[in-house]
Design a protein around this ligand. Structure first.
Ligand code: HEC
Length: 118
């Protein structure tokens, strides 16, 4: 019996190791995106938000899978956290590190990725 219990415990520990630390909170990301990002990037991620018309460099279309697929998660994360200028993109994309924690930024990366439906 003890053996059974300990093997169940071992399985539980192993299973835990493979569960992602934290699943993306897409509902919170959507709310943040709609509030802070959609005015430029557009509600559907197509770079057609109302404020985009005034930008010298338009945000690219996140639904363009070929283009978005070439950008790594790290780069997306970095642009959101440290701003466009940090990776030689437009400085109109501000740094959001004072507004969002890393977890929220990871969720925004997942949200932005989801615009490209393969
Ligand atoms: C004032 C308009 C504006 C707002 C608001 C804005 N962005 Fe941007 N964003 C831009 C521009 C402009 C670029 C860079 C386009 C370029 O230089 O190719 C950009 C680039 C990006 C990129 C990099 C994509 C790429 O082409 O490599 C990501 C990711 C991104 N924004 C996410 C967000 C998120 C998430 C928010 C909200 C928290 C947000 N943006 C808010 C204008 C904006």
């Amino acid at each position: 019996m003890n053996r059974l219990i300990s093997s169940i415990a071992v399985c539980a520990i192993i299973a835990c190791a493979f569960v992602p630390v934290r699943a993306a909170d897409m509902a919170a990301a959507k709310q943040n995106y709609d509030t802070f990002c959609a005015k430029c990037h557009g509600p559907g991620g197509q770079g057609d938000g109302a404020a985009a018309a005034t930008l010298a460099t338009k945000p690219h279309n996140f639904t363009d899978c070929a283009a978005t697929g070439k950008i790594s998660d790290d780069t997306l994360f970095n642009v959101i956290k440290n701003g466009g200028a940090s990776v030689n993109l437009s400085k109109d994309m501000q740094a959001w590190s004072t507004g969002f924690g890393d977890g929220e930024i990871h969720d925004l990366v997942a949200y932005v990725r989801a615009f490209c439906k393969k």
